[in-house]
Design a protein around this ligand. Structure first.
Ligand SMILES: NC(=O)c1ccc[n+]([C@@H]2O[C@H](COP(=O)([O-])OP(=O)(O)OC[C@H]3O[C@@H](n4cnc5c(N)ncnc54)[C@H](O)[C@@H]3O)[C@@H](O)[C@H]2O)c1
Length: 332
Protein backbone atom coordinates (compact mmCIF):
# COMPACT_ATOMS: atom_id res chain seq x y z
CA UNK A 1 0.00 0.00 0.00
CA UNK A 2 1.44 3.37 -1.00
CA UNK A 3 2.15 5.44 2.08
CA UNK A 4 0.99 9.06 1.88
CA UNK A 5 3.59 11.30 3.49
CA UNK A 6 3.49 14.97 4.45
CA UNK A 7 7.01 16.45 4.46
CA UNK A 8 8.20 19.47 6.48
CA UNK A 9 11.63 21.04 5.94
CA UNK A 10 13.27 21.30 2.51
CA UNK A 11 16.83 22.05 3.59
CA UNK A 12 20.13 20.43 2.74
CA UNK A 13 19.65 17.28 4.76
CA UNK A 14 16.15 16.57 3.44
CA UNK A 15 17.28 17.12 -0.16
CA UNK A 16 20.57 15.27 -0.02
CA UNK A 17 19.89 12.33 2.30
CA UNK A 18 16.32 11.76 3.45
CA UNK A 19 14.09 12.42 0.43
CA UNK A 20 16.31 10.49 -2.03
CA UNK A 21 16.12 7.49 0.32
CA UNK A 22 12.45 7.54 1.38
CA UNK A 23 11.35 7.88 -2.25
CA UNK A 24 13.00 4.54 -3.04
CA UNK A 25 10.11 2.99 -1.07
CA UNK A 26 6.43 2.90 -2.01
CA UNK A 27 5.52 6.40 -0.84
CA UNK A 28 3.67 9.35 -2.26
CA UNK A 29 4.73 12.80 -1.06
CA UNK A 30 1.25 14.29 -1.04
CA UNK A 31 2.17 17.46 0.87
CA UNK A 32 5.31 19.48 1.47
CA UNK A 33 6.08 22.52 3.60
CA UNK A 34 8.88 25.03 4.04
CA UNK A 35 8.75 28.69 5.02
CA UNK A 36 11.27 29.38 2.26
CA UNK A 37 9.26 29.62 -0.96
CA UNK A 38 12.23 28.98 -3.25
CA UNK A 39 13.41 25.86 -1.42
CA UNK A 40 9.86 24.57 -1.19
CA UNK A 41 9.29 24.99 -4.93
CA UNK A 42 12.62 23.44 -5.91
CA UNK A 43 12.27 20.46 -3.57
CA UNK A 44 8.62 19.83 -4.39
CA UNK A 45 9.46 19.91 -8.09
CA UNK A 46 12.39 17.55 -7.64
CA UNK A 47 10.38 14.99 -5.65
CA UNK A 48 7.09 15.28 -7.51
CA UNK A 49 4.85 17.00 -4.96
CA UNK A 50 1.80 18.50 -6.70
CA UNK A 51 1.34 22.31 -6.61
CA UNK A 52 -1.79 21.94 -4.49
CA UNK A 53 0.17 20.04 -1.85
CA UNK A 54 2.76 22.79 -1.28
CA UNK A 55 2.45 25.16 1.66
CA UNK A 56 4.52 27.49 3.82
CA UNK A 57 2.27 26.85 6.83
CA UNK A 58 3.09 23.63 8.68
CA UNK A 59 -0.19 23.75 10.60
CA UNK A 60 -2.07 23.69 7.29
CA UNK A 61 -0.07 20.63 6.27
CA UNK A 62 -0.89 18.81 9.52
CA UNK A 63 -4.57 19.73 9.16
CA UNK A 64 -4.89 17.62 5.99
CA UNK A 65 -6.99 14.50 6.32
CA UNK A 66 -5.17 12.40 3.71
CA UNK A 67 -1.82 11.79 5.46
CA UNK A 68 -0.61 8.42 6.73
CA UNK A 69 2.44 10.04 8.38
CA UNK A 70 4.57 13.16 8.62
CA UNK A 71 8.35 13.53 8.29
CA UNK A 72 10.11 16.59 9.67
CA UNK A 73 13.68 17.86 9.15
CA UNK A 74 13.55 21.51 10.12
CA UNK A 75 15.66 22.09 13.25
CA UNK A 76 15.36 21.54 17.01
CA UNK A 77 12.58 23.99 17.97
CA UNK A 78 10.50 23.03 14.93
CA UNK A 79 10.92 19.30 15.66
CA UNK A 80 9.56 19.80 19.14
CA UNK A 81 6.54 21.96 18.22
CA UNK A 82 5.61 20.13 15.02
CA UNK A 83 6.29 16.67 16.46
CA UNK A 84 3.93 17.23 19.38
CA UNK A 85 1.25 18.77 17.15
CA UNK A 86 1.45 15.85 14.70
CA UNK A 87 1.30 13.22 17.44
CA UNK A 88 -1.61 15.00 19.13
CA UNK A 89 -3.38 14.80 15.78
CA UNK A 90 -2.81 11.05 15.78
CA UNK A 91 -0.18 11.02 13.03
CA UNK A 92 2.94 8.83 13.07
CA UNK A 93 6.06 10.98 12.83
CA UNK A 94 9.62 10.77 11.57
CA UNK A 95 11.64 13.45 13.31
CA UNK A 96 15.23 14.33 12.58
CA UNK A 97 17.58 14.80 15.49
CA UNK A 98 17.74 16.61 17.80
CA UNK A 99 14.15 16.05 18.91
CA UNK A 100 14.02 19.41 20.71
CA UNK A 101 16.28 22.27 21.84
CA UNK A 102 16.36 21.07 25.48
CA UNK A 103 16.00 17.84 27.45
CA UNK A 104 12.83 19.15 29.15
CA UNK A 105 11.27 19.80 25.74
CA UNK A 106 12.39 16.34 24.53
CA UNK A 107 10.57 14.89 27.58
CA UNK A 108 7.39 16.71 26.47
CA UNK A 109 7.74 15.13 23.06
CA UNK A 110 8.24 11.67 24.59
CA UNK A 111 5.09 12.19 26.67
CA UNK A 112 3.16 13.24 23.55
CA UNK A 113 4.31 10.07 21.77
CA UNK A 114 3.20 7.92 24.69
CA UNK A 115 -0.15 9.73 24.91
CA UNK A 116 -0.87 9.28 21.21
CA UNK A 117 0.30 5.68 20.96
CA UNK A 118 1.66 6.56 17.50
CA UNK A 119 5.24 5.91 16.38
CA UNK A 120 7.68 8.80 16.71
CA UNK A 121 10.84 7.64 14.95
CA UNK A 122 14.00 9.65 15.59
CA UNK A 123 16.71 10.29 12.98
CA UNK A 124 19.42 8.38 14.87
CA UNK A 125 20.62 6.67 11.71
CA UNK A 126 24.02 5.77 13.25
CA UNK A 127 22.24 2.67 14.60
CA UNK A 128 21.31 1.81 11.03
CA UNK A 129 24.61 2.15 9.22
CA UNK A 130 25.36 -1.35 7.97
CA UNK A 131 28.67 -1.57 9.82
CA UNK A 132 27.24 -0.27 13.10
CA UNK A 133 24.33 -2.69 12.80
CA UNK A 134 26.73 -5.60 12.31
CA UNK A 135 28.81 -4.38 15.26
CA UNK A 136 25.74 -3.82 17.46
CA UNK A 137 24.37 -7.28 16.68
CA UNK A 138 27.71 -8.89 17.56
CA UNK A 139 27.86 -6.97 20.86
CA UNK A 140 24.30 -8.00 21.74
CA UNK A 141 24.62 -11.50 20.30
CA UNK A 142 25.14 -14.83 22.06
CA UNK A 143 28.73 -15.42 23.00
CA UNK A 144 30.02 -11.85 23.17
CA UNK A 145 29.54 -11.51 26.90
CA UNK A 146 28.96 -8.37 28.92
CA UNK A 147 30.52 -5.31 27.24
CA UNK A 148 33.24 -4.03 29.55
CA UNK A 149 34.31 -0.90 27.73
CA UNK A 150 33.47 1.55 24.99
CA UNK A 151 36.11 3.63 23.26
CA UNK A 152 35.20 5.91 20.40
CA UNK A 153 35.83 9.04 18.39
CA UNK A 154 33.32 11.29 16.67
CA UNK A 155 34.93 14.39 15.21
CA UNK A 156 34.04 17.33 13.07
CA UNK A 157 35.69 20.48 11.67
CA UNK A 158 35.73 24.04 13.06
CA UNK A 159 33.95 25.45 9.96
CA UNK A 160 30.96 26.98 11.79
CA UNK A 161 32.57 27.49 15.18
CA UNK A 162 35.62 29.55 14.16
CA UNK A 163 33.31 32.37 13.09
CA UNK A 164 31.40 32.16 16.38
CA UNK A 165 32.77 29.86 19.07
CA UNK A 166 29.30 29.05 20.41
CA UNK A 167 29.23 25.27 20.43
CA UNK A 168 25.44 24.87 20.79
CA UNK A 169 25.19 23.62 17.20
CA UNK A 170 28.02 21.15 17.77
CA UNK A 171 26.26 19.73 20.82
CA UNK A 172 22.73 19.64 19.38
CA UNK A 173 23.37 18.61 15.79
CA UNK A 174 26.48 16.51 16.21
CA UNK A 175 27.23 15.16 19.71
CA UNK A 176 23.60 14.09 20.24
CA UNK A 177 24.13 11.18 17.79
CA UNK A 178 26.63 9.46 20.06
CA UNK A 179 24.52 10.03 23.18
CA UNK A 180 22.14 7.65 21.44
CA UNK A 181 24.72 5.28 19.92
CA UNK A 182 26.73 4.72 23.09
CA UNK A 183 23.79 3.55 25.30
CA UNK A 184 22.47 1.57 22.32
CA UNK A 185 25.73 -0.40 22.40
CA UNK A 186 26.53 -0.38 26.13
CA UNK A 187 23.18 -0.07 27.97
CA UNK A 188 22.07 2.62 30.37
CA UNK A 189 24.51 5.24 31.61
CA UNK A 190 24.89 5.43 35.40
CA UNK A 191 27.36 8.30 35.54
CA UNK A 192 28.90 10.70 33.06
CA UNK A 193 31.71 13.25 33.21
CA UNK A 194 33.75 15.29 30.77
CA UNK A 195 37.14 16.96 30.40
CA UNK A 196 37.48 19.65 27.79
CA UNK A 197 40.19 21.63 26.09
CA UNK A 198 39.82 24.52 23.66
CA UNK A 199 42.81 24.50 21.31
CA UNK A 200 41.76 27.87 19.86
CA UNK A 201 38.43 29.67 19.46
CA UNK A 202 36.16 27.29 17.52
CA UNK A 203 38.38 24.27 18.16
CA UNK A 204 36.91 22.37 21.12
CA UNK A 205 37.95 18.92 22.31
CA UNK A 206 35.85 16.80 24.70
CA UNK A 207 36.74 13.57 26.45
CA UNK A 208 33.46 12.18 27.78
CA UNK A 209 33.76 9.60 30.52
CA UNK A 210 31.00 7.01 31.08
CA UNK A 211 30.16 4.55 33.83
CA UNK A 212 27.41 2.20 32.66
CA UNK A 213 24.74 0.55 34.81
CA UNK A 214 26.34 -2.80 33.87
CA UNK A 215 29.58 -1.71 35.57
CA UNK A 216 31.32 -1.14 32.22
CA UNK A 217 33.24 2.04 31.48
CA UNK A 218 33.75 4.19 28.41
CA UNK A 219 35.51 7.14 26.82
CA UNK A 220 34.15 9.10 23.90
CA UNK A 221 36.33 11.71 22.19
CA UNK A 222 34.49 14.43 20.30
CA UNK A 223 35.89 17.61 18.87
CA UNK A 224 35.73 20.35 16.27
CA UNK A 225 39.40 20.38 15.24
CA UNK A 226 39.68 17.73 12.49
CA UNK A 227 39.31 17.93 8.73
CA UNK A 228 36.07 16.72 7.19
CA UNK A 229 38.24 15.41 4.37
CA UNK A 230 39.31 12.59 6.72
CA UNK A 231 37.30 9.77 8.30
CA UNK A 232 35.58 11.11 11.43
CA UNK A 233 34.29 8.11 13.34
CA UNK A 234 35.44 4.90 14.88
CA UNK A 235 34.41 2.89 17.93
CA UNK A 236 35.36 -0.24 19.76
CA UNK A 237 33.51 -2.32 22.34
CA UNK A 238 35.49 -4.83 24.38
CA UNK A 239 34.30 -7.80 26.40
CA UNK A 240 36.27 -10.70 27.86
CA UNK A 241 38.60 -11.96 25.07
CA UNK A 242 36.42 -10.29 22.46
CA UNK A 243 36.29 -6.92 20.79
CA UNK A 244 34.46 -5.32 17.92
CA UNK A 245 35.77 -2.31 16.04
CA UNK A 246 33.92 -0.22 13.49
CA UNK A 247 35.91 2.28 11.42
CA UNK A 248 34.39 5.03 9.34
CA UNK A 249 30.98 3.26 9.37
CA UNK A 250 32.11 0.78 6.76
CA UNK A 251 34.75 -1.52 8.21
CA UNK A 252 34.01 -4.05 10.94
CA UNK A 253 36.55 -6.21 12.77
CA UNK A 254 35.59 -8.85 15.30
CA UNK A 255 38.57 -10.09 17.32
CA UNK A 256 38.19 -13.24 19.42
CA UNK A 257 40.65 -15.69 20.98
CA UNK A 258 42.74 -17.43 18.29
CA UNK A 259 45.80 -19.51 19.13
CA UNK A 260 49.32 -18.31 18.18
CA UNK A 261 50.13 -19.50 14.69
CA UNK A 262 53.84 -18.85 14.33
CA UNK A 263 55.00 -22.42 15.02
CA UNK A 264 52.15 -24.04 13.11
CA UNK A 265 52.98 -25.14 9.56
CA UNK A 266 49.30 -26.07 9.22
CA UNK A 267 48.23 -22.57 10.27
CA UNK A 268 44.96 -21.53 8.68
CA UNK A 269 41.99 -19.37 9.52
CA UNK A 270 39.40 -20.89 11.82
CA UNK A 271 35.91 -19.42 11.43
CA UNK A 272 35.19 -20.02 15.11
CA UNK A 273 38.09 -18.07 16.62
CA UNK A 274 40.01 -16.04 14.07
CA UNK A 275 39.32 -12.42 13.29
CA UNK A 276 36.31 -11.65 11.12
CA UNK A 277 36.39 -8.61 8.86
CA UNK A 278 33.53 -7.05 6.90
CA UNK A 279 33.68 -4.30 4.30
CA UNK A 280 31.07 -3.36 1.72
CA UNK A 281 31.62 -3.44 -2.00
CA UNK A 282 31.55 0.28 -2.69
CA UNK A 283 31.64 -0.18 -6.45
CA UNK A 284 28.50 -2.28 -6.76
CA UNK A 285 26.11 -0.68 -9.24
CA UNK A 286 23.20 -0.59 -6.82
CA UNK A 287 21.79 2.27 -4.84
CA UNK A 288 23.12 1.09 -1.49
CA UNK A 289 23.24 3.45 1.49
CA UNK A 290 25.66 2.27 4.16
CA UNK A 291 25.23 5.44 6.22
CA UNK A 292 21.86 4.15 7.43
CA UNK A 293 19.32 6.63 6.07
CA UNK A 294 17.73 4.11 3.74
CA UNK A 295 17.19 1.41 6.35
CA UNK A 296 16.01 3.95 8.94
CA UNK A 297 13.41 5.22 6.45
CA UNK A 298 12.41 1.61 5.80
CA UNK A 299 11.83 0.97 9.50
CA UNK A 300 9.90 4.22 9.82
CA UNK A 301 7.51 3.08 7.09
CA UNK A 302 7.16 -0.34 8.75
CA UNK A 303 6.30 1.40 12.04
CA UNK A 304 3.68 3.50 10.21
CA UNK A 305 2.17 0.26 8.88
CA UNK A 306 1.89 -0.99 12.47
CA UNK A 307 4.71 -3.55 12.25
CA UNK A 308 6.76 -4.13 15.41
CA UNK A 309 10.20 -2.65 14.77
CA UNK A 310 12.94 -1.67 17.16
CA UNK A 311 13.30 1.96 16.14
CA UNK A 312 14.99 4.89 17.87
CA UNK A 313 12.00 6.67 19.39
CA UNK A 314 11.07 9.81 21.33
CA UNK A 315 12.16 8.31 24.65
CA UNK A 316 15.58 7.50 23.16
CA UNK A 317 15.68 11.11 21.97
CA UNK A 318 14.94 12.35 25.48
CA UNK A 319 17.62 10.08 26.95
CA UNK A 320 20.20 11.41 24.50
CA UNK A 321 19.23 15.01 25.26
CA UNK A 322 19.53 14.43 29.04
CA UNK A 323 23.00 12.92 28.65
CA UNK A 324 24.00 15.79 26.40
CA UNK A 325 22.79 18.40 28.89
CA UNK A 326 24.60 16.69 31.76
CA UNK A 327 27.84 16.91 29.77
CA UNK A 328 27.32 20.48 28.56
CA UNK A 329 26.53 21.64 32.11
CA UNK A 330 30.04 20.50 33.10
CA UNK A 331 31.78 22.48 30.31
CA UNK A 332 32.25 25.97 31.61
N1 LIG B 1 20.92 12.62 10.89
C1 LIG B 1 21.81 13.29 10.19
O1 LIG B 1 22.79 12.76 9.70
C2 LIG B 1 21.61 14.76 9.93
C3 LIG B 1 22.47 15.42 9.04
C4 LIG B 1 22.23 16.77 8.78
C5 LIG B 1 21.18 17.41 9.42
N2 LIG B 1 20.39 16.72 10.29
C6 LIG B 1 19.31 17.42 11.02
O2 LIG B 1 18.27 17.80 10.13
C7 LIG B 1 17.74 19.04 10.54
C8 LIG B 1 17.77 20.00 9.34
O3 LIG B 1 19.11 20.21 8.97
P1 LIG B 1 19.50 20.90 7.57
O4 LIG B 1 20.97 20.85 7.48
O5 LIG B 1 18.69 20.35 6.47
O6 LIG B 1 19.05 22.41 7.87
P2 LIG B 1 18.58 23.49 6.82
O7 LIG B 1 18.61 24.80 7.53
O8 LIG B 1 19.32 23.34 5.53
O9 LIG B 1 17.05 23.09 6.53
C9 LIG B 1 16.00 23.30 7.42
C10 LIG B 1 14.78 23.68 6.60
O10 LIG B 1 13.65 23.74 7.48
C11 LIG B 1 12.89 24.90 7.13
N3 LIG B 1 12.12 25.33 8.29
C12 LIG B 1 12.60 25.75 9.49
N4 LIG B 1 11.59 26.10 10.30
C13 LIG B 1 10.45 25.88 9.60
C14 LIG B 1 9.06 26.07 9.91
N5 LIG B 1 8.66 26.56 11.10
N6 LIG B 1 8.15 25.74 8.96
C15 LIG B 1 8.55 25.26 7.75
N7 LIG B 1 9.84 25.08 7.41
C16 LIG B 1 10.78 25.39 8.33
C17 LIG B 1 13.93 25.92 6.72
O11 LIG B 1 13.38 26.96 5.94
C18 LIG B 1 14.93 25.06 5.95
O12 LIG B 1 14.63 25.00 4.57
C19 LIG B 1 18.57 19.53 11.73
O13 LIG B 1 17.89 19.28 12.93
C20 LIG B 1 19.83 18.68 11.66
O14 LIG B 1 20.41 18.38 12.92
C21 LIG B 1 20.58 15.42 10.53
Amino acid sequence: MTMRIGWIGCGTHANEMLLPQITRYDVSLVGMCDTDEERLGRTAQRFGVPEAGRTRDWKALLARDDLDAVAIAAGPAAHHAMGIAALDRGLPVFLEKPPAPTAAAADQLARAAKRSGKPCVLGFMKRYSTANRIGGNIVRGDGFGMPASFLGEYMTAPTYFEKDPDYTGFYLHHCVHYFDLVPWLMGEVADIGVRHHQLAPGKLLLHVDFRFASGGIGTLVMGTHQSRGTPMEWWQVMADHQRVEVRNVHEVRHYRHPPFKVSRTDATLDGAVDTLVWEPNLTVAANEDHKGYHSLMGDFLKAVRGEMVDVPDASDGARAMHLLERVVAKIK
